[in-house]
Design a protein around this ligand. Structure first.
Ligand SMILES: *[C@@H]1O[C@H](CO)[C@@H](O)[C@H](O)[C@H]1NC(C)=O
Ligand SMILES: *[C@@H]1O[C@H](CO)[C@@H](O)[C@H](O)[C@H]1NC(C)=O
Length: 562
């Protein structure tokens, strides 16, 4: 009874928020008066915001226009194809037997949040009439992780935001075709899956990256809750149990696992590619359930403390081994560890390299600090007061704030865009260069590290930092990044493209508009300038592809517990 009422309440709350939001979109000139609540001349760390965080309509609408520009080019050139190549004006599919709605399904919830009714009506029509998952992928099978976070996650959030059951039918069909990927001796999934044949496809050596195995849980649990099919829950949950049982003493996770043996393989430790969202989902799995008390968001009172324990241990490991500062500008960054020799589980070399992907951790640490790191019984303020947080919460908050500044420093390039990979200087030998891009020379050929692929991680953290502090500085940073994207990634013929070298102007392009530009980058920018009621943080968790899923009281009893 309580459960049903809570869900109804959340639904009503969301509907109300959407109505208010649509009202503001249609009357966007009306609420500019809210802007005067902010004192432009103050430049303190975290000014106390007055009341609710309200929209900045002009900037919000500029982001909506950018979404329409990116989407309409896709719709014109490649509607129905999985991926979009905006320079050659064509689409491609992951399988020769046809698309699985990769771009469309990924973009739908952004349309719903932005109130783009016409775009939504055409995209949902396509899903209704053309979306099919009986694709063989003989040439190229489907990646278990990418298909889950983009397509299953996209379908689920479209369902929650629209209440159209068509999305549930598709989600169930897709998930049923994916479940066989979990049929391994250990329960860790195979890297790929053939959706038509309904079989998991092992990678050579049965390897799967740690992030791929551990970033399926929010989606499968949400579907389990909706359908009461416990298979979805337990198969995804089992993965976390396996990872927990083979943890290293540092509580950090190497980036590669063996799906047959259920063990880590000798591989690097990093918060970037192949490692990142393991740490993100520990926190999100914990936050996915409501607090038992509606008045606090503090630790110990959510329903699955096992994820809190894993999260806290991992954050301790990150602070013990990976958090570093440059000697000159004191920029905070997260280093990597490279295993050494036969005894690789204990001997590691430091590598002062940071993927752009790592910048998700800044916002994640800040969110963790104000939830998992809140003192018992305390309602955390916006911005948080340090005495509202535990010692660990204070530590995580500070690292998150500092890491975000470090990530912003990597935007100090010719374009204002940050590169895919940055090398930090651990010694003061070259005092003028705190960081550099490997292999990059002005005028020379651009290496892989120098590109900007329209990635969302920094703006994701800026969105969370804005919501958790109300500090205008974060909106200013986000606006600066948005303007750099507009200036350098926007194509005259429509759409946006990857920039090959962030440190060379005029820029050259790679012929690709990544689907996460529509689902994540523009959504986070939009949410940063929208009214906070559009997506209240205490009602939702966002999956790693920025698809919001509601926080719920589970009707399925977890099997993996402390
Ligand atoms: C804005 O901040 C400045 C500097 O702290 C202060 O002198 C001024 O009174 C503030 N103005 C308003 C409207 O709060
Ligand atoms: C990709 O698949 C979709 C759906 O089957 C189809 O509409 C589209 O034309 C395909 N694109 C290409 C480039 O073959």
């Amino acid at each position: 009874m309580l459960r049903r009422r809570t869900i109804q309440y959340l639904g009503l709350l969301f509907a109300a928020a959407l109505l208010i939001h649509l009202y503001f979109i249609s009357r966007s000139d009306l609420d500019s008066s809210h802007l005067s609540e902010w004192n432009d001349s103050v430049d303190v760390q975290d000014p106390e915001p007055k009341g609710k965080l309200s929209a900045e309509p002009r900037k919000r609408d500029a982001v909506v226009a950018a979404f329409q520009y990116a989407w309409s080019a896709y719709e014109r050139d490649a509607m129905g194809s999985d991926e979009y190549h905006p320079i050659s004006h064509r689409g491609t599919n992951l399988s020769s037997s046809g698309g699985i709605g990769y771009t469309i399904v990924d973009a739908i919830d952004t349309m719903l949040l932005m109130g783009l009714h016409q775009e939504y009506s055409r995209a949902s029509d396509w899903v209704r009439k053309s979306l099919r998952f009986d694709r063989d992928g003989r040439d190229r099978c489907f990646n278990t992780f990418e298909t889950t976070i983009r397509v299953l996650g996209g379908l689920l959030s479209a369902l929650h935001l629209s209440s159209d059951d068509m999305y549930l039918k598709h989600a169930v069909d897709l998930a049923d075709r994916m479940l066989p990927a979990f049929d391994t001796p250990s329960g860790l999934p195979h890297t790929s899956v053939n959706l038509e044949a309904r079989v998991g496809i092992p990678d050579a050596g049965s390897y799967i990256s740690t992030a791929e195995a551990t970033t399926l849980q929010l989606e499968f649990r949400d579907l389990a809750q909706l359908t009461k099919n416990t298979d979805y829950w337990y198969k995804a949950e089992r993965v976390m149990e396996v990872v927990n049982s083979v943890r290293l003493p540092s509580n950090l996770a190497p980036i590669s696992m063996n799906a047959n043996e259920g063990s880590f393989s000798q591989s690097d430790i990093r918060l970037g590619s192949r490692g990142d969202s393991y740490y993100e989902y520990l926190l999100e799995c914990y936050l996915h359930k409501p607090c038992l008390s509606t008045h606090t968001r503090g630790s110990q009172d959510r329903t699955e403390p096992v994820y809190l324990k894993m999260y806290e241990d991992a954050m301790q490991g990150i602070h013990d081994h990976l958090v570093h500062k440059t000697p000159t500008r004191k920029l905070t960054y997260i280093a990597e560890l490279i295993p050494k020799g036969a005894n690789w589980r204990t001997t590691w070399d430091l590598n002062h390299k940071q993927d752009h992907l790592v910048c998700f951790l800044a916002g994640s640490l800040m969110l963790g600090a104000t939830t998992a790191g809140a003192r018992t019984g305390v309602v955390v303020s916006v911005p948080p007061k340090m005495d509202e947080l535990t010692k660990k919460g204070q530590r995580d908050w500070k690292t998150g704030v500092d890491l975000l500044e470090g990530c912003m420093a990597t935007h100090e390039t010719a374009t204002g865009l940050s590169p895919e990979i940055v090398q930090f200087q651990p010694s003061a030998d070259q005092p003028n260069r705190d960081w550099y891009i490997k292999g990059s020379k002005p005028g020379g050929p651009a290496g892989y590290d120098a590109r900007y692929m329209l990635r969302p991680e920094t703006v994701e953290s800026l969105f969370l930092a804005w919501r958790l502090t109300g500090n205008k500085r974060y909106r200013e940073y986000a606006w600066g990044i948005f303007q750099a994207i507009e200036k350098h990634c926007r194509l005259a013929d429509g759409g946006y493209a990857t920039v090959l070298d962030v440190d060379t102007v005029p820029v050259r392009y790679d012929d690709k508009q990544e689907t996460f530009y529509l689902s994540e980058t523009l959504k986070y920018l939009f949410l940063t300038f929208a009214d906070e009621s559009v997506l209240p943080l205490d009602g939702y968790v966002l999956n790693t592809e920025a698809h919001p899923l509601p926080i719920f009281r589970p009707s399925i009893k977890p099997m993996f517990t402390l």
